[in-house]
Design a protein around this ligand. Structure first.
Ligand code: DAH
Length: 340
């Protein structure tokens, strides 16, 4: 190849080596453009012989092709490098491509309340079991020291199942009997579950509602332990110290029996609409397991003592979440549910 052409080509290739993307276009103009250094060579050919013209012309073409190819290769090299850099630094979040914008579901208020309350008892060493919703007279009444014809039955309007001995449990207390029949002390258990009563629905009643039953049986179980457990439970559930008080009461399956009031969580005891001015709210029933209940499950009442309690889930949920009408819990209005 003509030295001149060779020299120009090498000069161009040298420049190309250190070129950036924008420089390549300039090099192209400088060497291959209309007035480019290689193009100019062709213009000097007029004085040469045909042979020489052919020879140099083809050399120029070779040089052009070589430079063009070198420029393309350089372009590729630079863009690849840029791309590589970009990939290294760039994080692309592809998760939106795979996610659908469905609103997230969550537990119903009642389930949430049961879970929260159960967790407190679990932290105090209680086991959890669920009992049965279909019971018979023995478990729901008789073994709980509520004989046939006893007026205590009238307070729990019962749904009886047709053509059967069975009924829908009116109280989770029925589970106490199963638990004691099936195991030996020490027992420390709660039973959350649904119960049924043949009642009209209003702001504080429902034919289907939920209770949590508690049962602790052992050789030295005392009323003081019952009191301590319930006080801790209330304080934890409401995240504050809320004194409780025990009022003497009567349940067939406990002796002595008590109803428990807690300081009103809304007014702190000053008296308000919710506590009807008394400063106290009745929240649950409890007592020491009646010897007749132990006899029914063939436990020795001389050897064992125990305490039991039963609380209404809806009542606690309403107090905790500030709901003043029980029906709200069952209507499942999404505008309400979404608030919890
Ligand atoms: N079963 C009772 C009811 O449904 C609540 C209750 C009271 C449960 C005292 C107990 C208890 O375990 O000791 O009204």
């Amino acid at each position: 190849m003509n030295n001149n052409i060779n020299g120009i080509l090498n000069e161009a290739l040298n420049k190309l080596q250190s070129a950036q993307l924008a420089d390549i276009e300039n090099i192209k103009v400088e060497y291959l453009g209309k007035k480019g250094k290689i193009t100019e060579i062709l213009k000097t050919l007029s004085s040469l012989s045909i042979e020489e013209k052919k020879e140099i012309g083809s050399q120029v073409n070779v040089a052009k092709t070589q430079l063009n190819e070198a420029m393309e290769a350089k372009k590729k090299e630079i863009t690849n490098k840029l791309l590589e850099e970009k990939m290294k630094n760039e994080k692309i979040d592809i998760s939106p491509a795979f996610s659908f914008n469905f609103p997230k579901g969550h537990y119903h208020i009642i389930s949430k309340a049961i879970e929260e309350m159960s967790n407190i008892f679990i932290s105090l060493g209680f086991n959890v079991t669920s009992g049965r919703e279909i019971e018979n007279d023995w478990y729901n009444f008789e073994a709980l020291n509520i004989p046939k014809d006893h007026p205590a039955r009238d307070t729990q309007d019962t749904f009886y199942l047709e053509n059967s001995e069975n009924l829908l449990r009116t109280q989770t207390s029925a589970a106490q009997i199963h638990i004691m029949e099936e195991s030996k002390p020490p027992i420390k258990v709660i039973v959350p579950g649904r119960v049924y009563r043949n009642e009209a629905t209003d702001a504080s009643h429902s034919a289907i509602f939920h209770q949590i039953e508690g049962l602790v049986v052992g050789e030295d179980i005392t009323f003081a332990q019952l009191k301590g457990t319930l006080q801790l439970f209330i304080n934890r559930l409401f995240n504050q110290e809320l004194p409780i008080r025990f009022r003497p009461s009567h349940f067939q399956f406990t002796e002595p029996s008590a109803e428990v009031d807690m300081k009103c969580v809304f007014c702190g005891g000053k008296g308000c609409r919710v506590c009807k001015g008394s400063g106290w709210i009745e929240v649950l029933g409890c007592g020491m397991v009646h010897p007749n209940v132990f006899r029914a499950v063939k436990y020795d009442p001389e050897k064992y003592t125990g305490y039991a309690f039963g609380l209404g889930v809806e009542r606690f949920a309403m107090l905790k979440y500030g709901i003043d009408d029980m029906r709200v819990l069952y209507e499942n209005d999404l505008r309400v549910l979404r608030q919890f």
